[in-house]
Design a binder for this molecule. Structure first.
Ligand code: SAM
Ligand code: DTB
Ligand code: SF4
Length: 366
C-alpha cells in the first residue's frame, strides 16, 4: 500500500502534476489499483431539490440570483417527488442520490425538516444519501447524520488565493468550518473543486494541498470542469483540455489514495477515450443522469454503453461503509438550536462579478 500522507506541500504536488504524462498516468494507475478495484465506478445521481435564487456571488454558478441566466428557480421539492426521482436513479444503476439546494446555508425550520425527511426516505430505499445545502452548523450536521445521511458535499472549489477571485460573499475558512462540522459526525465528507475558472496550476496544487492535508482526507473528491454558463461572470472561460483534466485526476489520486475521485461536471465535452483515460488515472465515480443540477450531463444509455465498452461495473451501495441508521423525526434526540453558521464577510469586490451583476440589473429594467 502506498503511504497515507497529510503533509503534502505545494511544490511536491506541482512536481507530480507536471511529470511526463506517461509517468504520471502510470504512477496514478498503480496507486489506484493498490487501493481500489479499477473496474468498479461509483455512480451518483444529482437532484436539484431547490433551484436558483441564491444570494451568494459564486462566479461560476448559474443559480446565483445576482446573474442573468436561463435557470428557472424552483421552490423546495416535495418528498414524493424526491422519492420518485430516487427510485428512478436506483433503477438506472445509481447507488447514491446527491440532493443540492441553492442555499448559502441551512436554516432550521420547516424546509430543513422536509430535507431531513427526504434523507430518511432515500436511506430507506437502501441508497446512499448525500446533501449539498451550503454551510451547516455542527448541530445541523448532527441532525442530518441522525436522519441517515451518508455524505455531505461542500467544495473548497479552488486554492485559498484564487477562491477570492471567484467568490466574495464568504471566505475559504467558512468552507473549512463546514467541513469540520460535518467531520464531527459519522457522515462522510465529499469535497473537491472546479478547474477551468482561470486559475493557474499553482492554484490547482494549492487546492489539493488544502484537501489532502485534511485529516482524515475527504472520502470523496469531485473534480469538476467548469461548465461556463451564459450570464455568469465566467461565461467566456475556455473549456478545460482533457490533458489538464487527466493530470488533475491523476494528481488527486496520488495524493489521496483512498478517496473516491469523482469525474464530475464537464463530461458532455469529453470523448469516451478521454473519460477512459480519467478512469485509468484514478477516477472511480461519476454523476449519472441527463442533468447535473441545472446543466446537461451525458445520456444514461450512453454512459451504460461506455461502461460496457470499458468493462466497468457500478459500485453497490454501502460497499465502503455500513448503511447509517435512520432515526424517525418523532424519536429525534437532537433539538434544533435555531443557530446560524458563523461566516465571514470578506468585503472585497470582484470586478467580473460586479459586471455580471450590472448586466442583470440592465436586463431587468428592459
Ligand atoms: N449551494 C451549495 C454550495 O454552494 O455549497 C450547494 C450547491 S453548489 C451548486 C455545489 C457545487 O457545484 C459548487 O461548490 C461547485 O463546486 C459546483 N458547481 C456549481 N456550478 C458549477 C459550474 N458551472 N461548473 C462546475 N461546477 C459547478
Ligand atoms: C459537485 O462537485 N459537482 C456537482 C455536485 N458537487 C453538487 C454540481 C455540478 C454543478 C454543475 C452546474 C449545474 O449543473 O448547475
Ligand atoms: Fe449559491 Fe451554491 Fe451557487 Fe454559490 S454555488 S451561488 S452558494 S447555489
Amino acid at each position: 500500500m502506498s503511504e497515507m500522507r497529510h503533509n503534502w506541500t505545494k511544490e511536491e504536488i506541482l512536481d507530480i502534476y507536471n511529470k511526463p504524462f506517461m509517468d504520471l498516468l502510470y504512477e496514478a494507475a498503480t496507486i489506484h489499483r493498490l487501493h481500489h478495484d479499477p473496474n468498479t465506478v461509483q455512480v451518483s445521481t444529482l437532484l436539484s431539490i431547490k433551484t436558483g435564487g441564491c444570494s451568494e456571488d459564486c462566479g461560476y454558478c448559474p443559480q446565483s440570483a445576482r446573474y442573468h441566466t436561463d435557470v428557472e428557480g424552483n421552490d423546495l421539492m416535495s418528498i414524493n417527488q424526491v422519492k420518485a426521482q430516487a427510485l428512478r436513479a436506483k433503477s438506472g444503476g445509481s447507488s447514491r442520490v446527491c440532493m443540492g439546494a441553492a442555499w448559502r446555508n441551512v436554516k432550521d425550520g420547516e424546509e430543513f425538516d422536509q430535507v431531513l425527511e427526504m434523507v430518511r426516505t432515500i436511506n430507506k430505499l437502501d441508497m446512499e444519501v448525500c446533501c449539498t445545502l451550503g454551510m451547516v452548523t455542527e448541530n445541523q450536521a448532527k441532525r442530518l447524520a441522525e436522519a441517515g445521511l451518508y455524505a455531505y458535499n461542500h467544495n473548497l472549489d479552488s486554492s485559498e488565493e484564487y477562491y477570492k477571485e471567484v467568490i466574495s460573499t464568504r471566505g475559504y475558512q467558512d468552507r473549512l468550518d463546514t467541513i469540520d462540522n460535518v467531520r464531527k459526525t459519522n457522515v462522510t465528507v465529499c469535497s473537491g473543486g472546479i478547474i477551468g475558472m482561470g486559475e493557474n496550476i499553482e492554484d490547482r496544487a494549492g487546492m489539493l494541498v488544502a484537501l489532502s492535508t485534511l485529516n482524515p482526507q475527504p472520502e470523496s473528491t469531485p473534480i469538476n470542469a467548469l461548465v461556463a454558463v451564459e450570464g455568469t461572470p465566467l461565461e467566456d472561460q475556455e473549456p478545460v483540455s482533457i490533458w489538464d483534466m487527466v493530470r488533475m485526476i491523476a494528481t488527486t489520486r496520488i495524493v489521496m489514495p483512498e478517496t473516491q475521485v469523482r469525474l464530475s461536471a464537464g463530461r458532455t465535452q469529453m470523448t469516451r477515450e478521454g473519460q477512459a483515460m480519467c478512469f485509468f488515472a484514478g477516477a472511480n465515480s461519476i454523476f449519472a443522469g441527463d442533468k447535473l443540477l441545472t446543466t446537461p450531463n451525458p445520456d444514461v444509455n450512453e454512459d451504460m454503453k461506455m461502461f460496457e465498452l470499458l468493462g466497468l461495473k457500478p459500485q453497490k451501495p454501502f460497499t465502503k461503509k455500513v448503511q447509517p441508521e435512520t432515526v424517525e423525526a418523532k424519536d429525534s434526540k437532537i433539538e434544533a438550536l435555531g443557530e446560524k453558521p458563523k461566516w465571514t464577510r470578506p468585503e472585497h469586490k470582484i470586478e467580473r462579478n460586479e459586471a455580471a451583476k450590472a448586466l442583470k440589473k440592465e436586463a431587468s429594467q428592459d
